[in-house]
Design a protein around this ligand. Sequence first.
Ligand SMILES: [Zn+2]
Ligand SMILES: [Zn+2]
Length: 367
Amino acid sequence: MAMQWTRRQVLTQMGIAAAAVHTLDPHELCCFVPAHAQTADKNLFEFKKVADGVYAAVAAAAYKINSNAAVIMTDDGVIVVDAHSKPSAARAVYTEIQRVTNKPVRKIVNTHFHWDHWQGNAEYSAANPGLEIIATERTRENLTRPDAGRGGIPFIETQLKALPGEIDKLKADVLAASGDTKKNLESSLQQTETYLQELKQLKPALPTRTIATTSTLKEQGREIQLHMLGRGHTDGDLYIYLPKEKAVVTGDALVDVMPFLNDGYPEDWVTTLTALENLEFTHIIPGHGEVMPKSALSFFRGYISELIAAVKKAAADGATLDEMKTKVAEQLAPKYEQAMSKYPYGRYRASIGINIEAVHKKVVTKA
Ligand SMILES: [Zn+2]
Ligand SMILES: [Zn+2]
């Protein structure tokens, strides 16, 4: 059984002593609350064909999550969008790529700076001399800024400090648990220990080429447009658009799970998604979750805009943050809970309180 904790519950369990030694809430490490899912290394990704020579590498549920990747074949090499959370995950995708083609990976595109989308960059660089890593200028800046949020070189240090505490906590939880819960916790512990070892060895590879405006890559036999549409999930989001294949790769600006808003710009995000909607496409390769039809965009945007409206209204009515977390969560549940709880991670109930708090901070108090 997948266990779901709210951030509050986890913080409560961790206790003040743990927090004082910079133990980071594991759920704070990324984009949403992960589940204690079990994932064998060899089953980390499933390749799904989106168009001729275009694949979505859909990441399996894992406690230490991975982002999806898009794999785009050209006549002289491969372009990979997003590089997952760790070298072993990048190796898993790269192995799958080599089953499909013997051409080298020429380019990596990072959609944004979060840890689970770029920490595998170096693995591709090492295996493919001359590899270009492309991102927006802002994403490159974010990758080196200490205060950027949940990603970048400084965030590697943050994770290295936090992971031993997370491991101790998991060990204690394993001892206290039984049955399936114990098995899941053991898997989470093993993933976390492996992740720590990988992170200690990680040689960060930053983008080698940045773009400041929407650009087009004329690749062999393939047109790839890189769209900068405005702030959303972060202030440096990049959308990869294949006009002929009618596919778009969105990173976490559009996902099939609850979004992570803490480094985001909720009001801008709604507008940015409308700009994305103006492009002609049929398939969305999201940052997390399965490949989706275009109609998923308006549903996802609806969640963000209704969340903003509900939090604003509750604040105007004088609700406290805690009251808001209950009231708004119930208000939006009939429309969004089921659709946003498809996977063992990033589920509605685990994330709604965090989302409400983020919107309250960013839109109401503007703290
Ligand atoms: Zn992500
Ligand atoms: Zn993200």
